[in-house]
Design a protein around this ligand. Structure first.
Ligand SMILES: [Zn+2]
Length: 313
């Protein structure tokens, strides 16, 4: 039987990436266009349609999965996404569905990542897991009994905004002490500014300007003690926090995805150590911390495609 194909689309603040994916997770075609180049969302829908029409993919795809910031699975709308030019409520799934005349589903990017791990990545062997996506912020996708948890409004799993520190760092959500202000690319840079350690003076990071998380990973690889302490601090905060999260859904696995998990070879192991030393005895040695296996593939496209395969099956 011929492989079923889906169109996976990842809408980001900077670029929109899309690709044709088969049921085994093979990406047959992919492309990237600048999101901000389209003042109206319907123009973006049109551009993708024309490209796939020219490449003769239109009749071959069975569904469209879209991952987007603030994407609501229930309504198919992007709702008030702060990093997109399109303001307010955008009925994106419906726009794709009426243009392509096939099933189109929208989900938020963290849930798309979880579905990607479940179908094609490092969670294929488990049915209770949580993905933690570590980028500019921290996202999470919760899977229980093989099903993504959406919640009553479609916004379950906003784990980046649980508050771990009373009166802690100010978060983009307007509150203080949220997990993502510590554990994310921006969080690492804030730790660099805030933490005073004896190793800081000698660190090459102290002599650099506009330091990014990537610089911290690089310096850690070069053996810089302060850079390594920053990563260890991040692992401590995440491990301790996941020990609390485990109480909620009793997962078999946490899958870590994103820059810090990808670039620091032992990050998952360090998180695991801090997780074990903070977790309830009923969970001890029962929960794995894994690194995503989708880092070298186009995880966002795979995840978005997975969200529609999930429904087609
Ligand atoms: Zn917050």
């Amino acid at each position: 039987m011929a492989q079923r194909l889906a169109l996976g689309i990842d809408i980001g603040g900077t670029n929109t990436e899309y690709g044709i994916v088969d049921q085994l997770g093979k990406v047959c075609y992919e492309n990237s266009i600048p999101t901000a180049g389209f003042l109206q969302p319907k123009d973006l829908v049109e551009a993708i349609y024309e490209d796939l029409k020219n490449r003769k993919f239109l009749k071959k795809i069975s569904g469209i999965g879209i991952g987007a910031p603030n994407g609501n699975h229930f309504t198919g709308n992007i709702e008030f996404a702060p990093n997109l030019l399109w303001k307010g409520v955008i009925p994106l799934a419906q726009m794709f569905e009426s243009k392509f005349e096939i099933l189109s589903r929208l989900t938020n990017d963290a849930n798309a990542a979880a579905l990607g791990e479940m179908l094609f990545g490092n969670a294929q062997d488990v049915s209770h897991f949580v993905t933690i996506t570590l980028g500019t912020g921290l996202g999470s996708g919760v899977v229980i009994d093989g099903k993504i948890v959406s919640g009553s409004n479609g916004f379950a799993g906003e784990y980046g905004h649980i508050r771990i520190q009373p009166d802690g760092r100010l978060c983009g959500c307007g509150r203080r002490g949220c997990l993502e202000t510590y554990v994310s690319a921006t969080g690492i840079v804030r730790s660099l500014e805030e933490l005073n350690r004896p190793s800081k003076k000698k660190s090459s990071l102290s002599r650099m300007t506009n330091v990014t998380a990537r610089d911290v990973f690089e310096q850690a690889r070069e053996g810089d003690s302060f850079a390594k302490e920053l990563i260890e601090y991040t692992a401590t905060v995440l491990g301790s926090s996941l020990a609390d999260f485990a109480c909620f859904s009793n997962p078999q696995v946490f899958v870590l995805f994103g820059g810090i998990a990808r670039n620091c070879s032992n990050f998952a192991e360090r998180v695991k150590i801090h997780f074990e030393s903070n977790c309830l005895s009923i969970f001890k040695d029962k929960i794995e911390i894994r690194t995503s296996t989708l880092h070298d593939k186009n995880a966002a496209i795979l995840g978005a495609a997975a969200s529609v395969f999930n429904e087609l099956n």
